[in-house]
Design a protein around this ligand. Structure first.
Ligand SMILES: Cc1cc2nc3c(=O)[nH]c(=O)nc-3n(C[C@H](O)[C@H](O)[C@H](O)COP(=O)(O)O)c2cc1C
Length: 180
């Protein structure tokens, strides 16, 4: 069955490793017949959440920037894949900022059910990715109809574009998309 899949690439780096994997995932998902869109945060204006909570009564954010358009896509997607570099054993700051800014979705109907993470890091320990995954789990826990279903990790990948040299990880990212 064809699903509406949104892949959000959060690295701002040129030739980003996590984005290379996100694109492999996109390729797999398209080949599986899904309706897929990849959104990069590069060049996007994304302000920090100011915590006013006006969104919980008004239904929309007081800040005016590029989040509104991304939020609409998040709301309508059935599957969301977040791709991030590991920064200090966590998700990227821009990804966390986006998750915070999606707070207007908390009290409304949303379509997303299956959430996945793709992450790359210089180190290659299982623990390298734990906090980032748990961080995303914290967000998912607040959306009761959604479930965090898995992660593709690219450890030992540091220089820009290095992901292309890791055929095993590229294959895992492709398979993630293919098997959504
Ligand atoms: C600010 C910053 C913090 C980083 N922190 C870590 C870290 O804690 N552990 C690690 O293994 N790699 C760390 N890295 C390396 C990146 O995770 C790695 O280069 C990754 O492949 C970048 O993905 P990207 O090309 O998609 O941005 C850090 C890189 C930056 C710029």
């Amino acid at each position: 069955m064809s699903k509406k899949v949104l892949i959000i690439s959060t690295s701002l780096r040129g030739n980003s490793n996590s984005e290379i994997l996100a694109k492999e995932c996109e390729k797999g998902a398209k080949e599986a017949g899904h309706n897929v869109e990849l959104v990069s945060l590069k060049g996007k204006d994304i302000k920090f959440c100011i915590g006013c909570l006006v969104c919980q009564s008004k239904g929309s954010c007081v800040l005016k920037d590029d989040v509104a358009e991304i939020m609409e896509k998040v709301k309508e997607a059935e599957v969301i894949v977040f791709a991030t570099p590991i920064y200090y054993y966590e998700m990227s700051g821009q990804m966390k900022t986006l998750l915070d800014r999606l707070n207007p979705l908390y009290p409304v109907e949303y379509s997303f059910r299956d959430i996945y993470m793709i992450a790359t890091a210089a180190e290659n320990e299982e623990s390298t990715f734990e906090k980032a995954y748990q961080g995303l789990q914290g967000w998912v826990d607040c959306f009761e109809k959604a479930e965090l279903k898995g992660i593709v990790t690219g450890g030992g990948i540091n220089d820009a574009n290095d992901a292309v040299n890791h055929a095993d990880v590229m294959q895992k990212a492709y398979a993630l998309g293919k098997n959504l």
